[in-house]
Structures are given as C-alpha cells and as structure tokens.
Design a binder for this molecule. Sequence first.
Ligand SMILES: [Zn+2]
Length: 221
Amino acid sequence: MVTELIEGVWWFELRGVNAYLVEDGDSLTLVDAGTPLSRRAFVRKLGGLGHSFFDIDRVLITHYDVDHVGALNRVNAPVYAGATDAPLVAGDRLPSPSTRKGLSQRLATPFCPAASGPVRSIGDGDTVGSFTAYHTPGHTPGHVSYVSESLSVAFVGDLVRESDGQLEPSPWLLSHDTEQVRASIERLAEELPAVDVLAMGHGVPFKQNGHERLRELADRL
Ligand SMILES: [Zn+2]
C-alpha cells in the first residue's frame, strides 16, 4: 500500500514496517529503507509512483536496525544517519553485543546490507534540504528524527509507534534505553513545530495534528 499523507509525502507500508518518499524541492528523499525481505515490494511501489531507486537523491535513516536499512545496498545516493549509528549503517563497525539492543543488532547483521552510497553522520540541529535533524536517542543510541516545517511532517522512526490509534513509546524489549526514549519524546514534543503529519516506523501515521499527538503522549509518560 502506498498512501499520500500530505502533498509530496508518501507512506510505503512494507510488511509491518514503514518507509517514506518525499519530494523536497527538486530532490527525492527516502526516509528509511525497509527490510531486506521487502526490497521487491519497495521497487514495485516506487514504480507505481513513476520512480525507481536510481531516482533517489538522498536517504535519511532514523536508526540502524534490520527493518530500516534493508534496501540501502540498492540506492546509490548519500545516506544520512545519527553519529553513533552511521558507522553501523556504513558497515564500518559491528554493533557491540555488550547490551541487549546491541546483541539483537549484532545477530541481524548478516541480513543488513551495508549502504552503497556514502554515509554521512548527521548531528542534532543539522539540516538536509528542508529537514532539521533532532537527536532522539533511546531506541538506538544514534536515533534521529527528521522534521520539515515547510512540508509539515515529522519522521520519528522508532522513537514511538502507533497501535490501535494510540501512540506508544518504543517498548523496553526493543530499546537500548527506555529512560532515554522518554526523555527524547519529552524533548521532541517540547521543540517540535506545529506539524500535521507524524510519521513513525511502525503503525499508521497521523495525518493531522501530529505535534499534538506527540504532546499528549509526552504528558502521559
Ligand atoms: Zn523498526
């Protein structure tokens, strides 16, 4: 399923994982890259919009996990990722198995292709096109959210997930540090401009009042 969430922003539902395509000015931006198993479906869905992986100008990766980097070996464009996650995305370093999260990432590395394009580390407050990066650690140490005020969209990766219309924080089992998750949600809710679309890695994105939904979650925590 491919759904236009707001003008220029498409949601790709790929076997329970979300990726997004954004027309940002003259550039075509991919936000996250699905699972290795969904590559074919990804190609088909892009084709339905008249695009292919060759058209992608850049990829914004919210975090290093097997379900978000699956097609990076097919995209020959610059890839942006948070400082701690970037060497993992590039295949320059292996996840450390000394933490629960690191161990799960380490076990998945045989299925995580290294990016074909150059990987660039992106820091808190850095901008790419109309996007501003917010370092939102917790699910992974280098987790980043990308916010475009002009497009009225926030891509929040696995900082939160949607389930039955409710927003929830990244669960303990899948998180590097749940206390960091909570702090990142509170900080982002505080600083997020009044964007409509809140687009997460799992679940159904919110098309309207996304910033208010995040604020409600922060108030509940
Ligand atoms: Zn995920």
